[in-house]
Ligand binder design. Sequence first.
Ligand SMILES: Nc1nc2c(ncn2[C@@H]2O[C@H](COP(=O)(O)OP(=O)(O)OP(=O)(O)O)[C@@H](O)[C@H]2O)c(=O)[nH]1
Length: 192
Amino acid sequence: MAKQYDVLFRLLLLGDSGVGKTCLLCRFTDNEFHPSHISTIGVDFKMKTLMIDGIKVRIQIWDTAGQERYQTITKQYYRRAQGIFLVYDITSERSFQHIMKWASDVDEYAPDKVQKILIGNKSDEEHKRQVATEQGTKVSGGYFMQYYATLSAFSQRSYPYCLQINGGKNGRTRKNLLFSLPLTLCMCFQLN
Ligand SMILES: Nc1nc2c(ncn2[C@@H]2O[C@H](COP(=O)(O)OP(=O)(O)OP(=O)(O)O)[C@@H](O)[C@H]2O)c(=O)[nH]1
């Protein structure tokens, strides 16, 4: 039987309820958008397998509930994550203010070397924007996050796997693949 994958990455989505974590995940895995908000209960996950430079990469993305009452459950998933997306909604100042709290939970419960990526979602709602891009840049720098992107789960246009991982097949190590992958994942969403 063919090997199902060469490497597995476990990624986690965190952020307040309603910022669009589930929608980002559905856009990434199924290229779908759900206009209604059905709150995640506890945790859920989806998987996607990508071929990146001849390597079969399985990405397992855990979608967590933003609601406070599930946080005892969701924190149990932090320690196995290799990458964490901290998501806020650009039209909600409050969701952005809470990023500091999510980031300090990550510091407390996730592995030290976890990749952290800040995502400002709902960039299609520019007219309702409450959080300037510069504020995102400042916070991501302050919390040692690797990347910062504004995205839209609503937007259909995507750039699937357009980022190539540097290094030839033989010279590539798992370590640099791991480092590069979260950015690849970001690039799979609509970047603008
Ligand atoms: N305009 C717009 N709406 C979005 C976008 N992403 C999500 N939404 C809407 O925001 C609402 C909440 O989205 P969800 O993905 O369910 O939010 P969540 O963060 O998973 O929420 P919890 O499961 O409660 O933590 C839904 O009504 C979505 O349709 C986006 O990029 N643009």
